[in-house]
Design a binder for this molecule. Sequence first.
Ligand code: BG6
Length: 477
Amino acid sequence: MGSNSHLQTLSNPTTLVIFGASGNLAQIKLFPALYELLAYGHLPERLSIVAIFRQSSAALDTVMSQVEVTMLRQHRECDPAILARLKSLIRPIIMDSTNQEDYYRLRDMLDGIDHEFSVAHQRIFYLAIPPSIFKPVIACLGAAELNKEYDGVARRIFIEKPFGSDLASARDLIDSIKTHFEEHQIYRIDHYLAKETVQNILTFRFQNPLIRSIWNRDGIDYIHIRALEKIDIEGRSDFYESLGALRDLLQSHLLQLMALIMMDAPTAMESHAIHEQKNALLGAIKLPTEPIDEFANRGQYQGYREEVNNPESQVETYAIVKLGVDLPEWHGVPVVLETGKALDHKDTSIEVVFRDRHNIDSGRNTLTIHVQPDEGIELQLTAKSPGFGYETRPVSMNFSYNTAFEGKNPEAYERVLFDAIAGDQTLFSTSAEVLACWEILEPIIQTWRNHNSIPESYTKGSEGPVGGIGIRKSVTT
Ligand code: BG6
C-alpha cells in the first residue's frame, strides 16, 4: 500500500492486454483512466497496450473518438496530443477470444514486443468481457501458456465482478481460474475499493484515537450503508436480468464497505494483513434469526419489465438487508445495507449513528462518510441556537476532499490500473472474500428464487418500496 513501492515498480516494462477493447467498460472507464495516468505521468516508460477487437482494426479509431466523447461529457479535459500519444501505445489485434488458435497469434505478438524492446515485459490480461466467457478465455490463456511466469516477470489476470451468480457458481469459477492462475496472479476488481473515500476508511478509523475509542458496540447504535442511484439500468438489460440489485451491488460493493467499517485493526497497512482482518469480519456476519421478510426486502421500479422486454421479470432493482456481526465488540449493532436504481437521489454513503447512553434525548450524533457525490466526512452534533433561550439544533462539522486537499483525486479505474502495474493486491477481493460474501446472502438468494417472491413495485424517482423503507426505519426507532 505504501506509495514508495509503487514508484519503484511502475518502472517495470509492461504490456497491458485488454480483452473487450471496444466494449462499454473499456470505452467509458479503462481508456479514459489510461489517458489520465498518461497525462499525469503515472505510466511506466515502457508500456504497450494490446487491444483485442473481434472485428475490423478501424475499431481503434472508433474507440478513441468514443473516449473523447466520454471525457467531454464528463466535463474532463481531453487534449488531442495526449489522446494521440495514448493511441500510439495501442496495438490492435483482431481475434475471437474463444478460439484457441488465436491465442498463439496473441502470444507471438506479445513475444514480438519483448524482442522489440529487448526486455521481457510483465503482462496484464484485463478481461473487460461478459462473465459468461471468463472461463473459456482463461482456459485458452492457460493452454497457450500465457499464464506462466518466468524469471520473476509477472503474468496477472484482471476480472470484473460479478464473480459468479451464487455460491455454487462462484466456487466453480474460482476453481476453474485456479487451474491456470495462482492467487497472487488473480486480481478481482471491486472498483468501490479503489475510490479515494473508501481507501481513507482504515486510516480514518485506526489513525484517529478519538474515533478508535468509540468504534464498537458501546459507542455505536447502528450503521446504514447505502448506494442509492438516480439512474435506471441504462439499457443494460441482459446484464441486469441475470443479476438484480442484491447480486450486482450489495453482494460485492456494500459487503466490502461493511468489512472495512467493522474489521479489526490490521497488524500492518499492507495487503496480506488487511485481507486477513476483512476475511475474519466477513466470516462473522450473520443474518438475523427472524423470517427473511422481516429483515430483507426487494423492489422493482415501474416500467422495468417493459424496458427489459420481459413481462414476467422478477428481478429486483432495489434491495435492502439488515445484518449483524457475531463478535463481542459488535454484538447487538444492526447494519443495514441498501441499494437501488431509479430512486429520488444519488447517495453512496456510510452513516454511523452513535449511542445515546445517558438517554439525554437531545438528538443523535451521526458520522457520515460520503463516498459520492461530494466526497467527505460529516459529523452531526447538537448545538445551542444563538439567542437568549436554550433551544438546541443539529449542526454539522464537515471535512470535504475538495477543500481539504489540493489537486485531483484519481478516479477508481486509474487506481485499479496503477495497482495492476504495481502488482499491489490490497484493493482487490480475494477468493475467500468473494465466497464469504456469497455465503452470507445465499439463504436470501435461495428464498427469493425458490418462493418465486415478487419484488414490491415502486415508482421511479421515489424513496423505494414501502417494505424497504420499513426495514430502514426499524433500526432508527
Ligand atoms: C457497478 C454496478 O458495479 O457499480 C452498476 O454493476 C452500478 O449497476 C455501478 O451502477 C455504480 O458505480 P458508481 O461508481 O457509479 O457508484
